[in-house]
Design a protein around this ligand. Sequence first.
Ligand SMILES: C[S@@+](CC[C@H](N)C(=O)[O-])C[C@H]1O[C@@H](n2cnc3c(N)ncnc32)[C@H](O)[C@@H]1O
Length: 259
Amino acid sequence: MKLPPALKALLAQIIGSVVALAVARSGVLPGGLWPVIAVQALAAAGSATALGSATWWRWIHLGFAPLVMVALQLHIPPGWYLAAFLGLALVFWSSFRTQVPLFLSNRKTAAAVAELLPRKRPARLLDLGSGTGSLLRPLAQMRPDCRLEGIESAPAPYALSLLLSRRQPTIALARGDFFAISWGGYDLVYAFLSPVPMTAVWRKASAELSPGALLVSNSFPVEDVEPEQVIDVDDRRRTRLYCYYPAGPALKKSGITGG
Ligand SMILES: C[S@@+](CC[C@H](N)C(=O)[O-])C[C@H]1O[C@@H](n2cnc3c(N)ncnc32)[C@H](O)[C@@H]1O
């Protein structure tokens, strides 16, 4: 079903609760709250399956109501729940909508990206969703001649990236939605996102990048588009970089040479 995952999750929980209430009222369950909780969990997980949620959502639904019960019995002051919620919201912000979580590029990946930047002139790079700046900071050391820009929507990673890069003047960071800014004028646009936004990223890159500008996607290829090159980074997570020329290669230039 074409509903956002967060809405499917809410629906599954509501259906689970309605089913549990109906079964409890029918009088077929043994006494106590746990049988009702078990029915709620099973019905929510079943609804998630019927709604076409990803497999891991079913496990979350199976555990959700039982864990709420356990947490209630621990009598944790409500302020802690609020603090945990606010902390997670500041880190993950709109992940429930964008379906892009926070995970970080490593130094070896930054080194591989550095190789893709033009070598004979200062270049401009844009990191879509720059997180804590873990791509930009090592890259700024490797290529001090380049201007490295990042845009991030989540407040906590953005604040941390500002703090950590405060002594690196070639890094420029902004807070906002990368779909709302122009990607024109960059030599390389880097994305480490998820499969979900890649078609929209491709469309925007094709419309706004100049010929010869590279789109480099860490781990998530663009569906139905053949990459110009795939780079296997020699790191523990076996990072793959999918490289595209969304507006075609530069005039009088062929292949990805970084030159
Ligand atoms: C997987 S992390 C990558 C972080 C960083 N680029 C790196 O390689 O270390 C993806 C980041 O993109 C951010 N993000 C997702 N959609 C976004 C959007 N539309 N605009 C700005 N940031 C976004 C998320 O908040 C998350 O921090």
